[in-house]
Ligand binder design. Structure first.
Ligand code: PLP
Length: 224
């Protein structure tokens, strides 16, 4: 299916899920996860009205988002190395993967230097998977407090990627609970397979790749 049709279909599903949850569909942002897809695919999505895009890697994003377009918002949704903090601050409008004090400090430094402040989310490793980025749920409150007070960062929300082999609902519920008790308004959760469930649990943005762009073809195993 052409990308424009996929976008329309996913938008309909987002709106329907919102209505089922007694929520306003306008309160949910559809993010197109464009990692590994061609620049042509991104152009088609932009032409079809999509304005929020997510990328996993700083370098890949830099190579593809050189000419910034009108109204565009670019989110980093993959792990961020401290030595790429400067590039990330320069390129992204939202960094969703803040997850450790060293990174929080590096971002605070770079934001001050650059005079440009991307909006920030903290990633929570809700499934406590060793191979996955994110702060452990039990450490989340302390880390949110430290990011705010110690490093002076303005944290807007939380993000999670639930374990592939578990029902996502309990992970979304956990993320929503952590956000609520810390007074954070934004929840980035839900992907192609489970964005409707995420909306039920309060997602304010859903990160959708394959349902918009089709299957991903990796040329080589991902190092992420
Ligand atoms: C790839 C990716 C997505 C999108 O996944 P799909 O299943 O293709 O929708 C969302 N979030 C993150 C963090 C990703 O890496």
């Amino acid at each position: 299916m052409p990308i424009a049709e996929n976008i329309a279909a996913v938008r309909e599903r987002v709106a329907a899920a919102a209505r089922r949850a007694n929520r306003n569909p306008d309160d949910i942002t559809l993010m197109g996860v464009s990692k590994t897809f061609s620049v042509d695919a991104i152009r088609q999505a932009y032409a079809a009205g999509l304005r929020v895009f997510g990328e996993n890697r700083v370098q890949e994003a830099q190579s593809r988002w050189t000419d910034r377009r009108e109204g565009l918002r670019l989110h980093l949704i993959g792990p961020l190395q401290t030595n790429k903090a400067r590039d990330a601050v320069a390129l992204f409008d939202v960094i969703e993967t803040v997850d450790r004090p060293r990174l929080a400090r590096a971002l605070a430094d770079e934001i001050q230097q650059a005079g440009r402040a991307p909006r920030l989310y903290i990633q929570v490793n809700t499934g406590e998977e060793p191979q996955k980025a994110g702060v452990a749920p039990g450490d989340a409150d302390a880390f949110i407090a430290a990011a705010t007070r110690e490093f002076g960062l303005e944290i807007e929300g939380l993000m999670c990627v639930p374990p592939a082999e578990e029902p996502a609902a309990m992970h979304f519920a956990l993320l929503a609970k952590i956000a609520q008790r810390n007074g954070l308004a934004r929840l980035s959760m839900g992907m192609s397979a489970d964005f409707e469930t995420a909306i039920r649990f309060g997602a304010t943005s859903v990160r959708v790749g394959s349902a918009l762009f089709g299957g991903r073809h990796y040329a080589q195993p991902s190092a992420a």
